[in-house]
Design a protein. Structure first.
Ligand SMILES: C[S@@+](CC[C@H](N)C(=O)[O-])C[C@H]1O[C@@H](n2cnc3c(N)ncnc32)[C@H](O)[C@@H]1O
Length: 383
């Protein structure tokens, strides 16, 4: 993997690159991390990269030209460009896994008051590392690089990150090391028993207990699955492309949980109130032939989430169309029109089941209107 970081403060990365796992990954040739100071690309005679905001207001805004040109110098066919911004999608472990499969990441670090909005048009994603504002994008770039690099095969033991928190939407189990008794605080007996089955079960139970207590949001029902597919404890079920998974029903006082395993390995644990069981469906999601996760969600919730996701994607398309309106390069116009087509297909394939035919038709009509308005304005411009 290659990571290029566009920054005004490349020296900040010197220590980051020369220590611990990141250094090891670089030495092993698993990753190349370059910094690119976009000030070097400024066409201003004083190498200025920022200016005052149109409309007034505090702070300085990063200009398009140095960043566009710096990006052009590092961007390739296979690059994924990420803009670091507190307004981006909140970063999580799932995104780290996805990014670890990319060949080339470009991380764009902002500073001062932020970026000229038009810079977003040349970025594929906008990511935030949390709901707080930092001085610059350098620490977020390090956070993303660190979390991604440790997931590149061969950098650390796969087993150690498979057990990390957030896999299967669960927090990690408690761990202990020597001595057995520290100032009267004892290691749980089960961990000293040598019985691997018992230890595995204890750890799974603890993961569930800790997640329920500390981060119930991680295991709240999320997807719509076929209720008919559920069978009683221990029986095997077959749904769509999900083969040979075992669903065990766990009951406690308030909740009903489904523990889903494949080949004895824990795939997911889902929890919900039995009274709400009606309207839930179960469905597997398979990638490269293996199950990645199984989630259970209430229909009404899935409907809301689907609409929210679609709205976000249409906003992104509208922004791209607006930018392309002033673009003279015909290739770029064609590209944005192709994006609109792809978006329609994606919405039909992904969301039809969740939002129903009527809603879907309305949404497709809206996208068609956006595109026709764009084509009409574009024709007026060029005349
Ligand atoms: C002071 S911030 C600008 C904040 C901007 N005015 C706003 O409120 O959205 C400067 C830069 O730091 C980076 N940054 C700050 N907080 C961040 C966060 N939570 N996640 C990712 N990047 C962040 C971004 O690159 C941002 O452009």
């Amino acid at each position: 993997m290659k990571i290029d970081i566009l920054t005004l403060f490349p020296e900040m990365f010197d220590g980051f690159k020369s220590e611990s796992i990141i250094k090891r990954a670089i030495d092993l040739g698993k990753v190349t991390i370059n910094t690119c100071n976009f000030r070097d690309f400024s066409e201003d005679k004083h190498k200025k990269v920022d200016d005052t905001p149109y409309g007034g207001g505090a702070g300085m805004v990063l200009k398009c030209q140095p960043i566009f040109d710096a990006l052009k110098s590092v961007k390739k066919e296979n690059s994924k460009v990420i803009l670091l911004s507190p307004q981006g999608v909140p970063y999580n472990q799932k995104m780290a896994y996805e990014l670890s499969k990319e060949e080339h990441l470009i991380l764009v670090c902002g500073h001062y008051e932020g970026f000229d909005e038009r810079i977003k048009s040349v970025c594929d994603e906008e990511i935030s590392i949390g709901d707080y504002v930092l001085t610059g994008g350098e620490l977020p770039a390090m956070v993303i690089t660190d979390s991604v690099v440790r997931l590149i095969p061969g950098v650390i033991d796969e087993e150690s990150h498979l057990n990390d928190s957030f896999n299967n939407n669960l927090l990690d189990y408690p761990t202990y090391t020597k001595p057995r008794d520290y100032n009267g605080m004892k290691v749980p007996e089960v961990l000293l028993s040598g019985d691997h089955e018992k230890i595995k079960k204890w750890r799974e139970e603890k993961q569930l207990e800790i997640t329920k207590e500390k981060r119930p949001d991680l295991i709240k029902p999320r997807f719509v699955l076929k209720k008919e597919g559920l069978k009683k404890s221990g029986r095997r079920i077959k749904i769509d492309d999900v083969k040979d998974i075992k669903v065990t029903i766990i009951k406690d006082n308030k909740n009903l949980s489904y523990k889903v395993t494949k080949e004895e390995k824990l795939v997911a644990i889902t929890i919900f109130n039995p009274k709400e069981l009606k309207g839930y469906k179960l469905k597997g999601k398979s990638k490269d032939g293996g199950i990645t996760k199984i989630l259970i969600v209430k229909k009404a919730f899935a409907f809301k989430v689907a609409l929210k996701n679609i709205r976000k994607k249409i906003d992104v398309l509208a922004n791209r169309l607006n930018t392309a309106l002033f673009e003279i390069d015909e290739d770029k116009t064609r590209k944005v029109l192709a994006e609109a087509e792809m978006l329609k297909q994606m919405i039909i394939n992904t969301y039809q089941d969740y939002i129903g035919k009527e809603r879907l038709d309305g949404i497709i009509k809206n996208i068609n209107q956006l595109v026709s308005e764009f084509v009409r304005s574009k024709t007026l411009h060029s005349n």
